[in-house]
Ligand binder design. Structure first.
Ligand code: ZN
Length: 273
């Protein structure tokens, strides 16, 4: 077995790990790298392996830094199954199309800006920027998703078994217990915290021979949950006071409560008024 960290190593976003076992190759997550525009375009566009040579993808959860490059992988030739929970499939269906829409608008904006500049300062002609992937790519990718229920054990490739466990990070989030080559490999995905409203508590990891673990907040202690509520109340009140709206379904990193709110005011104790 060979494990290669293709993303979210020495950086936070773009989670993607490649496992080779015998003649097979599969990926754990296929996230979008989010950074400076030129560096992001380079890292997201070009895969360090031919996508057509990947046999399967196992997706821990729907956040874009874990799932956001899937339509690019499928449109470039990956034709295998994408195993994840039903809730993650539902979320990806909306989130990947939304991400594609942003990619398309971003490319349109850059091309408009280039042609405007060319008219004004007579710049040499440049290749138009193409979106990383389109809404149609995102829709097409959904056909490759395969639903696996939480706590089920699935043979994802011949001789490779994956069992999903609750990660408590967001709706449908999992950590994965893989069995291959007589070894047990646990991939944590993003790990949630206990006692959050709505989201289930993370389960305890099983015994592992190999552990791949996210460590984004590994050097920090979380603030108590009450602090998250105060912070959220401050954001919502600040937005409302500026006359804006805050349609917030969750806060990145799973550190904070997932609270739905529109432009209604929330006091510092976190109660709707
Ligand atoms: Zn996440």
């Amino acid at each position: 077995m060979q494990i290669t960290f293709r993303g979210a190593a020495r950086t936070v976003t773009g989670s993607m790990h490649e496992i080779q076992t015998g003649s097979r190759r599969f990926l754990l997550d296929c996230g979008m790298y989010q950074g400076r525009r030129s560096e992001s375009a380079e890292r997201n566009t070009n895969f360090p392996f031919p996508p057509s040579e990947v046999d399967a993808l196992l997706l821990s959860h729907a956040h874009i830094d874990h799932s956001g490059n899937i339509p690019n992988l499928t449109s470039k030739g990956f034709g295998g199954p994408i195993f994840t929970t039903p809730a993650t499939i539902d979320l990806c269906n909306s989130m990947l199309q939304d991400s594609a829409f942003i990619q398309e608008k971003d490319a349109e904006f850059l091309n408009r800006r280039t042609s405007r500049r060319r008219r004004v300062i007579d710049e040499p002609e440049r290749e138009p920027v193409a979106p990383l992937y389109t809404v149609n790519d995102a829709k097409a990718a959904m056909a490759q998703f395969r639903a696996v229920e939480m706590h089920s054990r699935t043979e994802v490739l011949p001789g490779v078994f994956s069992t999903t466990h609750e990660a408590g990070h967001m709706l449908g989030s999992t950590f994965l217990e893989l069995e291959l080559e007589g070894k047990r490999l646990v991939f944590s995905g993003d790990v949630g915290r206990k006692n959050l409203p709505i989201i289930r508590d993370p389960e305890r990891a099983v015994a592992a021979d190999i552990l791949i673990m996210e460590s984004t907040y590994g050097d920090r202690l979380h603030q108590p949950l009450a602090h998250a509520k105060e912070k959220l109340a401050a954001i919502i009140n600040g937005t409302a006071n500026r006359g804006g709206e805050d349609h917030r379904a969750g806060v990145r990193g799973g550190a904070d409560a997932a609270v739905g709110a529109d432009d209604s005011r929330v006091d510092s104790r976190g109660t709707d008024q």
